[in-house]
Design a protein around this ligand. Structure first.
Ligand SMILES: Cc1cc2nc3c(=O)[nH]c(=O)nc-3n(C[C@H](O)[C@H](O)[C@H](O)COP(=O)(O)O)c2cc1C
Length: 225
């Protein structure tokens, strides 16, 4: 399975069969969480046996039948949001590859989360992870024209694939509040998102999907610094 296959297969799943990740899938999940924690310096925890984390009173956004979450714990409020999105989406894609399903869940019960939090630390956001009753559904997306600007004469072929990966990235409430610009040199890529809400977590998530797709194709490209 290529990374692009994985990106295309992933959808948010909100109904799970109650089983916790097990066997090779659990081992793969632990390995990628360790790797991402080490490389990013973020505090990322796999929290098993914690169905309460999903018990919120709300009409929208309930996730059922899952007792495992990946908790992003921080003392920095929203200041780690882009990194959380970027590294968290690497974990989401690895989970998908390992046969698990996921859903980013902003609307969760932080108080009931069993993640270890030191003084001053809080759960910023979680990802539900388990075995879905379904694989989720394809949802609406903004067009590539709406989501991007090409400043060079003709976009290289890898850009279309990377933009498809960006379109398929999960964003809070499917907002897709980001814009990608391919500069005149046909290699430099900038991405912007407005501040506020979960837009900066979304930005990190979209960057991950775009980067994985472009790199898989061996594209000669870079993020604008
Ligand atoms: C930062 C973030 C927070 C989210 N929070 C919730 C949530 O609280 N409840 C929920 O049901 N879905 C939540 N989602 C999932 C989005 O609704 C979903 O990604 C979006 O509708 C696109 O669908 P897809 O993931 O199937 O492509 C969240 C996604 C992101 C990226």
């Amino acid at each position: 399975m290529t990374m692009m296959d994985t990106i295309r297969a992933r959808h948010s799943v909100r109904e799970y069969d109650g089983r916790a990740p097990e066997g090779e899938a659990l081992a793969a999940l632990r390995a990628v969480i360790d790797e991402c924690s080490r490389e990013s310096g973020l505090n990322i925890q796999l929290v098993l046996g914690n169905p309460e984390a999903f018990q919120v009173v709300a009409r929208f956004g309930l996730v059922h039948g899952v007792d495992t979450n990946i908790a992003f714990v921080t003392a920095n409020g929203g200041r780690d949001d882009e990194a959380i999105g970027f590294w968290g989406q690497k974990i989401v894609l690895a989970a998908q590859e390992a046969g698990l399903n996921t859903c980013w869940v902003a609307m969760n019960s932080r108080r009931k989360n069993k993640a270890a939090c030191a003084a001053g630390e809080k759960v910023r956001i979680i990802v539900a992870v388990g075995y879905g009753k379904t694989q989720g559904v394809t949802r609406k997306t903004k067009s590539v024209e709406e989501l991007s600007t090409v400043e060079c004469a003709e976009a290289p072929s890898w850009f279309a694939v990377a933009m498809e990966a960006a379109q398929l990235a999960p964003t809070a409430m499917n907002n897709q509040n980001f814009h990608v610009t391919l500069r005149e040199d046909g290699k430099t890529v900038s991405i912007e998102a407005p501040k506020g809400g979960w837009n900066t977590v979304d930005l990190g998530i979209v960057k991950r999907n775009f980067q994985e797709a472009a790199d898989e194709l061996g594209a000669d490209w870079r993020w604008e610094s």
